[in-house]
Design a protein around this ligand. Structure first.
Ligand code: NAP
Ligand code: GCO
Length: 259
């Protein structure tokens, strides 16, 4: 049974894995046997991440690539295929958020969030699917969000992108499932990473708000995503397609703790 969750012989690309959730997912896939590579934009942080992966006993290669550049992505996919091997598992993790009231957000700011969080996964998925088809299948995991299902003040661009990413996930599953490509989403709840650090500052009301909205009464950690990611990357999920697996401590099931 445990062999179903092994990834030996597979090549995995995790976008945006220089730290945060991507780093945890890349580490999990590596420990499950995959050859893992990742990309990000800032070379200094890529170098630091490669050193940290190595310090933790993992041989993970990092490449400088912006997921919003189709040219850079196509070059990344070709380089990985040449240096490591064709990509079997893609995790579209790279993402940003801008917390600005919608009427105060510029069109450029809105477009930047959607470009990275939604168009980026389209670009990278489009680049890897042809070789997955040629080789008999593959796994695509899109990192969605609570905001794939819910809205809140100041995150209109992010929620629009993550809602779209849920449907891109379902559409890739629909269009390419016949080629043994499974495309699913992982929907983290509120996870303690640099992206949410502003919400966790001492005394920030959001901290107590999230603890009251989470049955588990805690913020998630990136490592909470490790097992679900390995499941969706492995043959254990070969008949799971177009599904968004929420890893949220129960937030989406819960009305919230009575004040
Ligand atoms: P994070 O700590 O801000 O890390 C983001 C990573 O993505 C960094 O490695 C960053 O490196 C990279 N990145 C950003 N823009 C990129 C681009 N255009 N091209 C390539 N790499 C890019 O974020 P996180 O909290 O780990 O979140 C990771 C994913 O999970 C995101 O999609 C986020 O929306 C989603 N998510 C997060 C939470 C949470 O509570 N933290 C919950 C649900 C979903 P560079 O800036 O150097 O490129
Ligand atoms: C926010 C948070 C969330 C998390 C995550 C929740 O400002 O509400 O940043 O959006 O990042 O996406 O699943």
């Amino acid at each position: 049974m445990k062999d179903m969750f092994r990834l030996d012989g597979k090549v995995a690309l995790v976008t945006g894995a220089s730290y945060g959730i991507g780093f945890a997912i890349a580490s999990a896939l590596c420990r499950a046997g995959a050859r893992v590579v990742f990309n990000a934009r800032r070379q200094e942080l890529i170098d630091q991440a490669v050193a940290e992966y190595a310090r933790q006993g993992m041989d993970v290669r990092g490449y400088c690539c912006d997921v919003t550049s189709e040219e850079e992505v196509q070059q990344l996919v070709a380089t990985v295929a040449r240096e490591v091997g064709p990509i079997d598992i893609l995790v579209n993790n790279a993402g940003i958020i801008k917390r600005i009231p919608m009427t105060e957000m510029s069109v450029e700011e809105f477009r930047q969030v959607v470009d990275i969080d939604l168009t980026g996964p389209f670009i990278v998925s489009k680049a890897v699917i042809p070789s997955m088809i040629e080789r008999g299948g593959g796994k695509i995991i899109n990192i969605c969000s609570m905001m794939s299902e819910l809205g809140r003040e100041t995150v209109s661009a992010y929620a629009s992108a993550k809602g779209g990413l849920k449907m891109l996930t379902r559409n890739i599953a629909s269009e390419y499932g016949r080629y043994n490509i499974q495309c699913n989403g992982l929907g983290p709840g509120y996870i303690a990473t640099p992206q949410t650090a502003p919400l966790r500052e001492e005394g920030h009301p959001f901290n107590s708000f999230i603890l009251a909205k989470t049955p588990a009464s805690r913020w998630g950690t990136p490592d909470d995503l490790a097992g679900p990611a390995v499941f969706l990357a492995s043959s254990a999920s070969d008949f799971v397609n177009g599904h968004i697996l929420y890893v949220d401590g129960g937030i989406l099931a819960y009305i919230g703790k009575q004040p």
